[in-house]
Design a protein around this ligand. Structure first.
Ligand SMILES: [Zn+2]
Length: 255
């Protein structure tokens, strides 16, 4: 079978003398791994368009047990991301998140749109990178079926209060009154993250608002710090694996 699709190259690795194996988030078939024959040959017309972080239109052959890229044409390279090591590391982390939560062999229109928009704003430099990171962590995992349970207090159903507490390990939200009544709260106090109303609003907005509006909020200072911490902690817990790109990003940013 031969098909056309566009997609964002998530990872690339050299195979043998001259071939390359790429992982792509495609619009039509989600995450696939595909070979690019003779990719290291300088004359290969597919070379720039099959590099990581390229958004390319591709013609792909699907064989018995593997995909082979026949032709690829780059539509967007996100050049400015590549000139800033922090942003490049963050973009690689975005790709790592997509690898975990985007489907395989299924349509991934929404996931691709989220990833492309995040990379677009990172490239343009007109959004705070930590907000883009939080959106990628929370929204990509939510689309993938792992939505944080932050609708209301798990015990009494209260929608909001001055301070609420979220436990990312148990994926549960509590109001101040109820958290103190939990029988094991004293032992687990370090697991609970404090959520102020503005952070809770931002978290809910990240998950529930229309995809085209999700990038339209801003946070500053302590509120941004709390938002970022909760999104990251949530993703670490549910992904349950070594997030190499996240580790690298944090090393570079020293936070
Ligand atoms: Zn409550």
């Amino acid at each position: 079978m031969i098909f056309n699709t566009d997609g964002l190259i998530l990872t690339e690795q050299n195979v043998g003398e001259s071939d390359r194996l790429i992982t792509v988030l495609t619009r039509k078939y989600g995450v696939i791994r595909a070979f690019v024959k003779g990719a290291k040959n300088i004359k290969n017309k597919n070379l720039p368009s099959t590099q990581a972080l390229c958004f390319s239109e591709m013609n792909i052959f699907k064989g018995h047990d593997k995909y082979i890229v026949n032709e690829a044409q780059c539509k967007e390279m996100f050049i400015k991301i590549r000139t800033n090591i922090e942003n490049l590391a963050l973009a690689q982390y975005f790709c790592e998140i997509a690898m975990i939560f985007a489907p395989q062999e299924e349509n991934a229109e929404e996931q691709l749109k989220l990833l492309l928009n995040s990379l677009y704003f990172l490239n343009e430099g007109n959004r705070n990178p930590l907000i883009l990171k939080g959106i990628m962590e929370l929204r990509m995992s939510s689309i993938g079926g792992f939505m944080p349970d932050i609708i209301c207090c798990k015990k009494c159903g209260k929608y909001e209060s001055n301070i609420m507490y979220y436990n990312p390990f148990e994926n549960s939200l509590y109001c101040k009154e109820c958290v103190n009544t939990l029988h094991n709260y004293a032992n687990k106090i370090n697991e609970f993250l404090v959520i102020t109303p503005s952070v809770l609003y931002a978290l809910r907005y990240t998950i529930y608002t229309d995809l085209q509006k999700v990038f339209s909020f801003n946070l500053l200072g302590q509120t941004l710090k709390e938002y970022s911490q909760i999104c990251e902690q949530y993703l670490i817990n549910i992904s349950d694996r070594d997030l190499k790109a996240l580790r690298f990003y944090k090393q570079i940013c020293r936070y």
